[in-house]
Design a protein around this ligand. Structure first.
Ligand SMILES: [Zn+2]
Ligand SMILES: [Zn+2]
Length: 326
């Protein structure tokens, strides 16, 4: 597991087994994601897929540009894909019929892709960040003259390939088995993931962006070797902090984010003590202090009396942390 970034300004984590390498969330610009991968010697061209937990900007900011650049599939739940498309095209009203039409058009555009040179290949060295400019540049006449599917490929929501999964139903990419689980968060269909590599019998999990730890998440987080777990805010710092009241309410709610206290409660009551590493993530830069989060989690584990393994690390917003290899 390599956490490239974690926090409300962007999230991205690489999970790799012997044969398969996936990126979970793409919440920084394409350029920044590639830069961070290079910093920790992760080969971006070796990525097999991008998986998305939910459509909030801090998880998808660089998604379409990166997926198009690397020409790899994006795995979403269908509601998350739809919410993301809506978010990227705010002026369009999208009925369900229109959504189905969009999906069909995208399929046709992909089928036509081999026949037509794609716009990205014009300058493969660059991350093209401006999907909207591409659209604006395409005049009505130009679209009529375009090759089949070309206009939809200019759409900032066009992806080289989309795969759907359902929370609660396992799926595989290469030698990784992925178990997506539903998380309580204010997005269309948010989820976390457990990754299991059959050949290495190692399990890693990502559980951030959740308002509390419900029973299905507790079950999903059993027998995990490397656990990326949210420890978003310190309750006192949030209450006394600068956020408007409504935002405080949102963060604190059952569909907001886990506090240090809630994370400690999970670690001391429900966690099985199995992990070699626990990585605390999605720390608020405004309403938390890394030392507080660390202390709180370490104390919680100490209460369990199991100190073997259970090394607690802190993910960072501004820089990748060293790859965690088991
Ligand atoms: Zn987030
Ligand atoms: Zn979120």
């Amino acid at each position: 597991m390599t956490v490239l970034a974690s926090g409300s300004k962007g999230n991205a984590t690489v999970i790799a087994s012997a044969e398969t390498r996936v990126l979970v969330d793409a919440g920084l610009s394409c350029r920044e994601l590639l830069k961070r991968m290079a910093l920790v010697d992760e080969d971006a061209s070796a990525l097999d897929a991008i998986l998305i937990t939910h459509e909030h900007t801090d998880h998808v900011a660089g998604l379409s540009v990166l997926a198009r650049r690397l020409r790899i599939p994006v795995y979403f739940t269908e509601p998350t894909h739809r919410a993301w498309v809506r978010q990227m095209t705010p002026r369009t009203t999208m009925t369900y019929a229109k959504w189905l039409e969009h999906v069909q058009k995208e399929k046709e555009a992909r089928a036509a892709q081999d026949a037509v040179e794609s716009i990205e290949s014009a300058d493969p060295e660059l991350c093209e960040e401006s999907g909207t400019i591409q659209i604006a540049a395409a005049s009505a006449e130009a679209e009529e003259e375009d090759a089949p599917g070309a206009s939809i490929r200019r759409d900032p929501t066009f992806l080289p390939a989309v795969e759907y999964f359902q929370p609660g139903t396992n799926f595989s990419i290469g030698d990784l088995t992925i178990m997506p689980f539903t998380t309580p968060h204010d997005a269309a269909d948010p989820c976390g993931f457990v990754f299991e590599s059959a050949s290495e019998s190692i399990r890693m999990a990502i559980a951030t962006d959740l308002g509390y730890v419900p029973p299905n998440v507790k079950r999903a987080l059993e027998r995990i070797d490397v656990l990326l777990l949210e420890s978003n805010h310190d309750l006192e710092m949030l209450k006394d902090g600068p956020y408007p009241w409504a935002v405080k309410q949102r963060v604190l709610s059952r569909v907001g984010h886990l506090s240090n206290h809630a994370t400690a409660e999970f670690l001391s009551r429900d966690y099985d003590g199995n992990a070699t590493y626990i990585v605390l993530g999605h720390l608020s830069e405004t309403n938390n202090a890394p030392e507080l989060a660390l202390l709180s989690a370490e104390e919680a584990i100490r209460e369990r009396g199991r100190l073997l393994g259970n090394r607690v690390l802190l993910a960072q917003q501004a820089a990748p942390i060293a790859p965690i290899c088991l």
